[in-house]
Design a protein around this ligand. Structure first.
Ligand code: FES
Length: 234
């Protein structure tokens, strides 16, 4: 989205801590945080079907929320990204937890200026997970337990599969935060993932390019041994 205006709070190229910082944990596995978005927001809010309150049902492609998410997720701009399923509990300084769509929409529409600050709550141990693939930089939101291969194929992140029974390791990826190895063809989105963080998967080549010579670290040697690899990138 080259044509999108820069975010008002962030200088172009501004770098900072990874997404996931800046949120506050509250009881019941919930995280609360603020996100300031340019208007129009480019998202679809809906009433929750089984309880009071309004959630983020959809993030529109090419909209300002997606633009903000890309800044946070791909460029490490400080702040939190927006995830489908987040609950809107505040608009600017007005708390609207448990209110209906009409009330929340009115608050957004009537807010002054070019931006709106949403206070969002995320169920970080049960909600969906934002997956980012590198180096393709494709991203999407998926349920816990979904097969990673199915997620990848809907996005077209160019993972290479060379077997049908999980022996070849050509689909090898490493999760960026914990450097845990995933075979995309066989493994699922982790059930216990803390979704205040994106689930970032690096291809073997990406690991080599961005983490340096990992195959000379103890982690690299251990994983190579475990996977029976002669070298990364097979
Ligand atoms: S494609 Fe062979 S292990 Fe995944």
């Amino acid at each position: 989205m080259e044509s999108s205006p820069p975010h008002p709070d962030r200088a172009e190229g501004d770098r900072g801590p990874k997404a996931g910082l800046g949120r506050k944990r509250i009881e019941g596995g919930r995280a609360v945080f603020d996100v300031t978005l340019l208007k129009p927001l480019g998202l679809t809010p809906k009433n929750f079907p089984n309880r009071p309150g309004v959630g983020i049902a959809k993030i529109k492609e090419g909209g300002n929320t997606e633009f903000w998410n890309k800044k946070v997720l791909l460029e490490d701009v400080p702040g939190m990204f927006v995830l489908e399923g987040d609950e809107v509990v505040g608009v600017n300084d007005t708390i609207c937890e448990g209110k209906d769509l009409e009330t929340v929409s009115k608050l957004v529409k009537e807010s002054p200026g070019d931006t709106v600050t949403l206070k969002l709550v995320r169920n970080y141990l049960t909600g969906p997970v934002k997956i980012v693939w590198k180096p393709s930089l494709k991203m999407g939101t998926y349920k816990r337990g979904a097969l990673l291969r199915a997620c990848e194929e809907t996005l077209g992140a160019n993972v290479r599969y060379s077997c049908e029974d999980g022996w070849c390791s050509s689909c090898w990826h490493a999760e960026d935060n914990y450097m845990t190895v995933y075979r995309i063809c066989k493994m699922d989105v982790p059930e216990k993932w803390d979704n205040v963080m994106p689930f970032v998967l690096l291809s073997a080549l990406e690991v080599k390019n961005t983490k340096g010579a990992l195959n000379r670290t103890s982690w690299g040697r251990r994983e190579e041994t475990r996977l029976g690899l002669g070298a990364f990138g097979r």
